[in-house]
Design a binder for this molecule. Structure first.
Ligand SMILES: Cc1cc2nc3c(=O)[nH]c(=O)nc-3n(C[C@H](O)[C@H](O)[C@H](O)COP(=O)(O)O)c2cc1C
Length: 377
C-alpha cells in the first residue's frame, strides 16, 4: 500500500468506545430488492456480502419503521417483530465479513409514493405537497400520531439490537419525515412540534434521538452506535438554509450521538441555494462541530487520493456510495496497491460480476447521469 493511503486504514474509536477498523464506510444505498413485505432477499444478502469485507462499517439501505412511512418498492422493513429474523440475516452477513453493521431507519413522510402505503395517504408535519412529480398532498399528523411515530423509531431500534446490528443511523436527511419537521417548507405547525424558530422545528428530530437512545439503553448489552444523517440545505423557498443547519448541528453536538453524517452529492460542493457560495458544506459543518462529534463526509469521493484529501479537512470518516457499487473491492485494491484498477465506470453487462440485485441494476441503467455508464455491447 502507498504510504499516503495509510491514514485511511487507521482505526477510529467512536464516542461510545466502539472501534471501527478503518475510516471507510459504505454509504446507505437503497437497492429496491427486499420482497413486497420488506423481508431481505438472497440477492440483497449477496450484494452486501460482496461489499462488506473491506470497509470498516456498512450502513444499510434505509428501512421503514412503519408501513405508513414506506418510501420505496423493495425497501427493507423494520416495522414489526416479524422482521427480526430477516434483519438478523442482514446484520450477520455484514458482520460475517468483519464490518460493523448499522441499520438506517426512517419514515418517508410526504415523499412516500401513495401506492406503497396501506391507505394510500402520505403524512407529514403539515399538509404541504413536495414539489416533485408523482407525489400527493400529505395529511397533517395529529399530535398523537407524532408520539406513535417517535415510539416506532424506538421500536425499530430495539429490533435492530435484537437482530444483532451494531447501531442505527437516524435518517434525518434527503427530504424525508425527520427533515420535513425541521424544514420551514413542510412544517407550518404552531403546536410544540413546529414554529418559526430552530429549536421548535428541531423538536421532532430531538425526540426521535431521545427515544432511540432510550431503546438502546434499555435493550443493548454492548455499546450501540447511534448516528444521525442530515442534508445541509433545501432548494425550496422557504427551505432549510445553511445557517439553520449550523444551529441544528450545535444542538446535535450536545446529544448522545456517535456521529453526524452529512448527506451531499459532492463532498467539495458549495451551496445549492446560493451558487456564489462555493464553500464545501461538509467542511463548514466539520469546522462548526470540531471534535464534539465525529463527522462522516460523503459525495463523489472516487479515488483514495480524494478520500485522503477529505480526511485532511479534519473529517475523521468518509463514506463511499456509488463507488462501492461500481467497485466492491475498492478498499482491498487500495490496501494491496492496486488502486489503478479500481473501476470508475459501468458497462451494462457488468451486473453479475459486480453482484448487483436486478432491481437496483435496472434503476442504475435507467436513471440518466446517476452513474457513469459506458455503451455496452
Ligand atoms: C443507489 C443509491 C441509493 C441510495 N439510497 C440512499 C438511502 O437509502 N439512504 C440515504 O441516506 N442515502 C441514499 N443514497 C445517497 C448515498 O448514501 C450518498 O450520499 C450519495 O450517493 C453520494 O455519495 P457517492 O458519491 O459516494 O455515491 C443513495 C445513493 C445511491 C447511489
Amino acid at each position: 500500500m502507498k504510504d499516503t493511503y495509510k491514514t485511511l486504514f487507521e482505526p477510529y474509536t467512536l464516542p461510545n468506545g466502539v472501534e471501527l477498523k478503518n475510516r471507510i464506510i459504505m454509504a446507505p444505498m437503497t437497492n429496491y430488492s427486499s420482497d413486497d413485505e420488506g423481508f431481505v432477499t438472497e440477492e440483497e444478502l449477496a450484494y452486501y456480502r460482496e461489499r462488506s469485507a473491506g470497509t470498516g462499517t456498512v450502513i444499510t439501505a434505509v428501512a421503514y419503521i412503519t408501513p405508513g412511512g414506506k418510501g420505496f418498492p423493495g425497501e427493507i422493513s423494520a416495522h414489526s417483530d416479524e422482521m427480526i429474523p430477516s434483519l438478523r440475516k442482514l446484520a450477520a452477513t455484514i458482520k460475517g465479513e468483519g464490518a460493523k453493521a448499522i441499520l438506517q431507519i426512517f419514515h418517508a413522510g410526504r415523499m412516500a409514493p401513495p401506492e406503497l402505503l396501506p391507505d394510500g395517504q402520505p403524512v407529514s408535519a403539515s399538509a404541504v405537497k413536495a414539489n416533485r412529480p408523482g407525489l400527493v398532498e400529505p395529511r397533517e399528523l395529529t399530535e398523537e400520531e407524532i408520539e406513535t411515530i417517535i415510539q416506532e423509531f424506538g421500536d425499530a431500534t430495539r429490533r435492530a439490537i435484537e437482530a444483532g446490528f451494531d447501531g442505527v443511523e437516524i435518517h434525518g436527511a434527503n427530504t424525508y419525515l425527520i427533515q420535513q419537521f425541521f424544514s420551514p417548507h413542510s412544517n407550518c405547525r404552531t403546536d410544540k412540534w413546529g414554529g418559526t424558530t430552530i429549536p421548535r422545528r428541531a423538536a421532532f428530530p430531538l425526540a426521535v434521538i431521545d427515544r432511540v437512545n432510550a431503546a438502546a439503553e434499555e435493550h443493548a448489552r454492548d455499546p450501540f452506535i447511534i448516528g444521525y444523517r442530515l442534508s445541509p440545505e433545501e432548494i425550496e423557498e422557504p427551505g432549510i438554509t445553511m445557517e439553520d443547519t449550523l444551529q441544528l448541528v450545535d444542538t446535535l453536538a450536545k446529544q448522545k450521538l456517535d456521529y453526524l453524517h452529512v448527506s451531499v452529492q459532492d463532498f467539495w460542493g458549495g451551496s445549492i441555494r446560493d451558487k456564489e457560495d462555493e464553500r464545501s458544506r461538509v467542511v463548514l459543518i466539520q469546522e462548526r462541530v470540531g471534535d464534539k462529534l465525529p463527522v462522516i463526509g460523503v459525495g463523489s469521493i472516487h479515488t483514495p487520493d480524494d478520500a485522503v484529501k477529505a480526511l485532511e479537512t479534519g473529517v475523521p470518516l468518509v463514506a463511499l456510495g456509488r463507488e462501492l457499487i461500481m467497485e466492491p473491492k475498492w478498499v482491498q485494491k487500495v490496501q494491496v496497491g492496486e488502486e489503478d484498477t479500481i473501476r470508475t465506470t459501468l458497462r451494462p453487462d457488468n451486473q453479475e460480476e459486480l453482484v448487483v440485485p436486478d432491481n437496483l441494476w435496472s434503476r442504475i441503467l435507467s436513471v440518466k447521469g446517476w452513474f457513469p455508464v459506458e455503451e455496452g455491447e
